[in-house]
Design a protein around this ligand. Sequence first.
Ligand code: CP
Length: 318
Amino acid sequence: MRDTLTAPPARTQVPIRHLTSPQALDRPLIEQLLEHAAEFEQGTPREASPLSGRLLATVFYEPSTRTRFSFEAAMHRLGGQVLSAENATRASSAAKGESLEDAIRVIGGYADGIVLRHPDVGAAERAARVAPVPVINAGDGPGDHPTQALLDLYTIKKELGRLDHLRVGLAGDLRNGRTVRSLALLLSRFPGNELVLISPPALRLGEDVVGSLTQAQQRMRETTDLSGAIADLDVLYQTRIQAERFESSEEYERYRGVYVVTPELMRRLPERAILMHPLPRLEEIDPLVDADPRAAYFRQARNGLWVRMAVLDWALGR
Ligand code: CP
């Protein structure tokens, strides 16, 4: 029998740092991550290769350009390495019927962290329940996209100098757009903000998010009129009508092109304001707008790199 007097002290169990929903992000953690992201951008990280020897699995059951590439670039820049399934629906054993839970249990035995994109709402939460390593939600259907919301906050802070007392217009497909759902919740952590929800009635922000915002006493109003709403905004956050979430192409066609940001419309946006978009953009922003200095969407996409470096260092760092 082991002598209790000479036994090593019991190891305290460190909780796994999953990031599956915006609920996990309170204001102190948001501020910590944004500060750390700024250090990466400024080239003044606390450590040169903090994730050296660590392995990240990026498991994507839906297409992606920004999220997957920026997570993978972030991991490499942190000194770590990457295993990638860029088309997990067809190229993993999901094609043979393997459950998400079994896949995550297995991949969690090979990698030190998992970045997951999946078409089902709640998939990241399900994965986190069985994963032996951190799971980061890279988009779960029309559910959430917490790291996009963080990079959106980072962009607003960098462009406008603050995250409070802003009037932010969220426009387009608010029903299916996971980025706006997560961003609205994170903006409600900061005082004095007002959300202007701009969408056709059928594409309104989901009741679940509106309920959380109401509980947080978030000031907000709804309108269908983009042109009428933008004259007093600090941020116009335009989004794509999410064709892949509609029941039929006829339904999608009904809303396609409902709001288009053109150089003419930009004349109504204040000079101090910025135009954001999570991208990819289709026809909802005229490419002629790209030359406008207020068009921040490509700078926004670039900021994903610094923010995802901070997220990975937080989740996987020692
Ligand atoms: N914004 C965003 O999530 O882009 P991708 O779908 O290209 O990752």
